[in-house]
Design a protein around this ligand. Structure first.
Ligand code: HEC
Ligand code: HEC
Ligand code: HEC
Ligand code: HEC
Ligand code: HEC
Length: 231
């Protein structure tokens, strides 16, 4: 973060002098100046309801694709959290063979489903309100893997925040894609294969031709102007 701030900090006086839009920005800058943000804690891991949800079992051991549950991630800004009905597909009474049925551990899902209510999952990743709606689909379709932003979810019994999600972090990638695309882009059909991606990013060579090609195929360069991410 420290390395990135000076670059855009130069522009703050200009923004403050801009009138209309500047007024909004003044509020934003004030927030930045006076408050220490506590949203962006790497390692943040809220306690989930019931027995929680285990990505290591479902996405790792059972090999379920992220899109089985986060069905909208390729089409919309949002990466939706699945409804209880998705869980009930496997966790209705006597659906799984007794050897696999987690029994009591899934009682909270069965109860919610029976009452036609939902499970109140607690949000892990959350950008502040002055940042525009984060566009998942644009990133996924460009070949940015869930791994780059959420870490090795496939190995997490409980999801925690793996990356800072600060502005400097967004911009590091947006600026870096042109020079070193191999650090950020993978073939779009691999974005949800997090073990493959981890291995690939650790071993890919600088100047990799496939990464260069992916960079050339971007709809547009990742934006760096304030309006792309702020109101
Ligand atoms: C069987 C359904 C299912 C599958 C498959 C699944 N997820 Fe999830 N995911 C959930 C549920 C339910 C939650 C909410 C509970 C939680 O945060 O643990 C969640 C939460 C998350 C969160 C945290 C959301 C927040 O609050 O910020 C991320 C990130 C995530 N999943 C990514 C992935 C990725 C990446 C994959 C594929 C490797 C994946 N998920 C596969 C059901 C699933
Ligand atoms: C495709 C089938 C399938 C779906 C869909 C599914 N699960 Fe599971 N789940 C399983 C299986 C199989 C196990 C047992 C795995 C084992 O013991 O190795 C399991 C285990 C569990 C457990 C016990 C984990 C533990 O700690 O032992 C919980 C809790 C659970 N699932 C919750 C959920 C929730 C919540 C959802 C919906 C977001 C969901 N499951 C969706 C197949 C599924
Ligand atoms: C370029 C970074 C980036 C990539 C790639 C990315 N995410 Fe996210 N994800 C985020 C950010 C940032 C948030 C918080 C968004 C907000 O608060 O508006 C988030 C939020 C989420 C949430 C919580 C949504 C909610 O409404 O509670 C889930 C689930 C999720 N991501 C799943 C995924 C999955 C699955 C993939 C891969 C298919 C993925 N993400 C790829 C950055 C990313
Ligand atoms: C690991 C790399 C990476 C990270 C991290 C990342 N982005 Fe991006 N972002 C991209 C790429 C690549 C594109 C270009 C997509 C295209 O044009 O096809 C992009 C495009 C965008 C766009 C334009 C989308 C559109 O529809 O044209 C917005 C807005 C954006 N990113 C916001 C963010 C925000 C906010 C964050 C931080 C919370 C972030 N990004 C983090 C790689 C990244
Ligand atoms: C790629 C997306 C992106 C772009 C482009 C961007 N920002 Fe941000 N900005 C963010 C995100 C995400 C946050 C929230 C995380 C944080 O505080 O670092 C943020 C936070 C801020 C904050 C509050 C910082 C704090 O610590 O509370 C200010 C002020 C700000 N941005 C100003 C700007 C200005 C001025 C520009 C243009 C020069 C700009 N931003 C361009 C994504 C972006």
């Amino acid at each position: 973060m420290a390395t990135i701030f000076p670059k855009w900090l130069n522009m703050v006086p200009t923004l403050l002098a801009m009138g209309g839009g500047g007024a909004t920005m003044a509020v934003v800058v004030g927030t930045w100046y006076w408050a220490t943000p506590d949203y962006f804690e790497v390692g943040y891991m809220p306690t989930q309801p019931g027995s929680g949800f285990n990505h290591q079992i479902h996405a790792g051991k059972l090999g379920m694709d992220c899109r089985y549950c986060h069905t909208k991630v390729e089409e919309s800004n949002e990466a939706n959290i699945p409804a209880v009905a998705t869980c009930i597909g496997c966790h209705a009474e006597e659906r799984l063979a007794p050897a696999f049925d987690p029994g009591e551990k899934v009682a909270f899902i069965r109860e919610a489903y029976a009452k036609d209510s939902s499970v109140e999952w607690r949000r892990v990743h959350k950008l502040p309100d002055y940042v525009r709606n984060f566009p998942h689909a644009a990133h996924i379709n460009a070949g940015v893997s869930c791994y780059s932003c959420h870490g090795q979810i496939t190995a997490m019994p409980v999801v925690f925040q793996a990356e800072g999600l600060g502005m400097g972090w967004c911009l590091d990638c947006h600026r870096g894609v042109e020079k070193t695309p191999e650090k950020y882009l993978v073939p779009p059909d691999k974005v949800t294969n997090l073990f493959w991606v981890e291995q690939h990013l650790a071993t890919v060579k600088k100047g990799d031709a496939q990464a260069r090609k992916l960079q050339e195929q971007l709809r547009e360069s990742p934006p760096q102007h304030c309006g792309a991410c702020h109101y």
